[in-house]
Structure formats: structure tokens, C-alpha cells
Write a protein that binds this ligand. Structure first.
Ligand SMILES: NC(=O)c1ccc[n+]([C@@H]2O[C@H](COP(=O)([O-])OP(=O)(O)OC[C@H]3O[C@@H](n4cnc5c(N)ncnc54)[C@H](OP(=O)(O)O)[C@@H]3O)[C@@H](O)[C@H]2O)c1
Length: 318
């Protein structure tokens, strides 16, 4: 007989969130609380909280969306201050907070300095996961940056390590060579941009139980604006919007966790409702077969040496 040891629950002990606890659709934050600009700088201007936007964010959380992707570069830190206010209004222990280390890591100490900034600005004692926004954020060898992330986990500043925008060799190096158990991977994937799947990154993540969060799942609504016949046909068949068909496809057919930013309650409701139905197999197959020539004609610069890097890819075509 296998005897399972039952650990007594210490009062006030906060249970770490596990992969299985993560809601299928994550909250994106680019554009929250302030304009959609990017730079790691301190915009010290007064943050005026738009209560409608704040209520929408709280609404998402109350509906179960418990993973938030953040970056200090969003609006020069103003987005972080907006999220800090959000965190004060909810139960932090039920929110999974991903923070991104940005350009540039010139020396290993820069990583802890950036992570500390997140903790201070957000008013939290730990991040749930920490990742380098792009491998090129690291001017020191990538291995050294990831070893430092391991150290930061060991001293409790983050619960987990994640990654983003790596190429397949870099991903294998981190998982196979450094033996880092990545919690998640943030990568581009949408109906038109399937490059992360083509090169085997999505498959690799699945095999290694790494949650794949696909960013820009609607390509900021440009996908729907094309009115591709297959999407239009499915909207009629299932009486759903194009974005709902897309979310449903990512979650139920591809096993991904789309990250979308939505600050209108009607959009949040539509996104959540996208999980309430299943399509027929042949319809998922049609979406699997869909290819976008305009994107297929472009080449990803997986080494990020001045060509079209994966994180810029989705914005190359209208
Ligand atoms: N790791 C990385 O390199 C990386 C790169 C890019 C993005 N990201 C993350 O991924 C997140 C998502 O990307 P994104 O915000 O650029 O693009 P997106 O999620 O594809 O598009 C966001 C836009 O879609 C609208 N929207 C949301 N739900 C909708 C619905 N049901 N119907 C109609 N419109 C809807 C939003 O409008 P409203 O806001 O008006 O509701 C917003 O304008 C970002 O916020 C960021 O956190 C990470």
C-alpha cells in the first residue's frame, strides 16, 4: 500500500499556484492604464486611474482569469503602477504575476535589480514567474542569465522561471542542458503566424509540460478585419464572433493559453464565452490547414540579428 504523507497546513500558508490552476485565457497588459508605448524608463507623471478600465480588469480576475503578463516597459512603468493599484484591490495570492526582464542585461546583477524594481513598484514580495522578454535582452551569455534566475527563485523572489521569444536551440539549451523546469513560454501564435509551431517550439513545450502562452492572438484585431472566408463561415455556423472562434481554436484544438488584452467588459464576456462551446473536428481541421501567404513569404530572424525577429513578426503585415 502506498502511504501518502499528509503535510499539515500551516496557518497563513499560501499554496503556490500550479500549472493546472491557470485559467485558459491570460490577461495581457500592454496598453493598460496608459498609452501603448514601450520603454524601460520612469514616467513619473501622475497616474490617473480610469475606473472603467480598472473595473474591467477586476471583472476579468473575478471571472477566473488569474494569469497576468506584465512589463515595466509598457508606458514607461505607468502600466505597472496601474497594476499595482489593481493588486491592492484583489487577493494577490490568487493572481499569478509574470514579470519580464528587459533590455539590457549588461551584468548578472542587472537581473536582480530589475526584478526588485518589479517587486517594489507592484508592492509584492515575490513574482510568480520571471522571464527574459527576449533572449537578446541578455548581453551576457544566456546560460548565465538563466542561472541567475534560478538563484532568484532559490531566494524566494520568484516562484518560477519562464521564457519568451527563444529559438528552438535556446529553448533546448535551457531545458535539456541547464535542466530548468520552465513554467511557461510566451510566444507568438495566431491563425496567420504559425511559425512557432512550424519550428517545433509548441510541440517541444507540450512534451516538456511547459504552458505555451500565445500573445497577440487576435493580431490586435487585424486578423478579423481580413474576414477570411473560413472564419466567416464558422462565425455563422456557431453564431460566434471571429475572435471567439480564434480563442476556442487556440484553447481546445491547440492546447494553448492565449494572452489577450481586453479592457472592455463586453470584450471580456465574449472572450470567456469562447470557452463555452466545442467545434466539430472538421472545422478545427480547416483552421489547422489555414496558411497566410503574406506571413509565409516572410522569414523570421530567429537569431534576432537585425531581420524580422519573432516578437516583431505579427506587425509586419496589415
Ligand atoms: N512576450 C512578448 O514578447 C509579448 C509580445 C506582445 C504581446 N505580449 C502580451 O500579449 C498581450 C496580448 O497582445 P496584444 O494586446 O498586443 O494583442 P491582442 O490581444 O491580439 O489584441 C488586443 C486588442 O484586442 C481587442 N479585443 C480583445 N478582446 C476582444 C474581443 N472579444 N472582440 C474585439 N476586440 C477584442 C482589445 O480591445 P479592448 O482593449 O478595447 O477591449 C485590444 O485592442 C499583450 O497585452 C502583452 O501582455 C507579449
Amino acid at each position: 500500500m502506498v502511504v501518502t504523507e499528509v503535510k499539515p497546513l500551516i496557518k497563513n500558508e499560501v499554496k503556490d499556484m500550479e500549472k493546472k490552476d491557470i485559467f485558459p485565457i491570460a490577461i495581457g497588459s500592454f496598453g493598460l492604464g496608459a498609452s501603448r508605448s514601450e520603454s524601460w524608463s520612469d514616467d513619473n507623471s501622475e497616474l490617473v486611474i480610469d475606473e472603467n478600465e480598472m473595473n474591467a480588469l477586476i471583472y476579468s480576475f473575478n471571472k477566473g482569469q488569474n494569469y497576468i503578463d506584465t512589463s515595466y516597459i509598457y508606458a514607461g512603468g505607468l502600466t505597472m503602477r496601474f497594476i499595482a493599484e489593481f493588486i491592492k484591490r484583489i487577493d494577490r495570492s490568487k493572481l499569478f504575476i509574470a514579470v519580464k526582464i528587459e533590455n539590457y542585461i549588461e551584468k548578472v546583477e542587472d537581473i536582480e535589480e530589475q526584478l526588485d524594481k518589479y517587486l517594489n513598484v507592484l508592492g509584492i514580495s515575490y513574482a510568480d514567474t520571471v522571464l527574459l522578454h527576449t533572449p537578446r535582452a541578455s548581453k551576457i551569455p544566456l546560460e548565465d542569465s538563466y542561472r541567475e534566475l534560478q538563484r532568484l527563485v532559490s531566494i524566494g523572489k520568484s516562484k518560477n522561471i519562464s521564457a519568451s521569444n527563444l529559438n528552438i536551440d535556446e529553448l533546448k539549451m535551457i531545458v535539456d542542458d541547464l535542466k530548468i523546469d520552465l513554467f511557461s513560454f510566451e510566444g507568438l501564435y495566431n491563425l496567420e503566424c504559425k511559425q512557432n509551431e512550424d519550428v517545433g517550439i509548441i510541440d517541444y513545450c507540450k512534451k516538456h509540460d511547459i504552458l505555451f502562452f500565445n500573445y497577440q492572438p487576435f493580431r490586435r484585431n487585424r486578423t478579423a478585419n481580413h474576414n477570411y472566408p473560413v472564419l466567416v463561415e464558422l462565425t455563422k455556423k456557431y453564431n460566434k464572433t471571429q475572435n471567439q472562434i480564434l480563442l476556442n481554436y487556440y484553447v481546445y484544438e491547440k492546447g494553448l493559453h492565449p494572452i489577450t488584452k481586453a479592457n472592455k467588459i463586453e470584450h471580456i464576456d465574449l472572450n470567456l464565452d469562447a470557452l463555452n462551446f466545442k467545434m466539430e473536428k472538421e472545422d478545427y481541421e480547416k483552421l489547422n490547414e489555414f496558411r497566410c501567404k503574406a506571413f509565409d513569404d516572410l522569414e523570421v530572424d530567429w537569431l534576432d540579428q537585425g531581420g524580422i525577429s519573432i516578437y516583431k513578426f505579427a506587425n509586419q503585415v496589415e
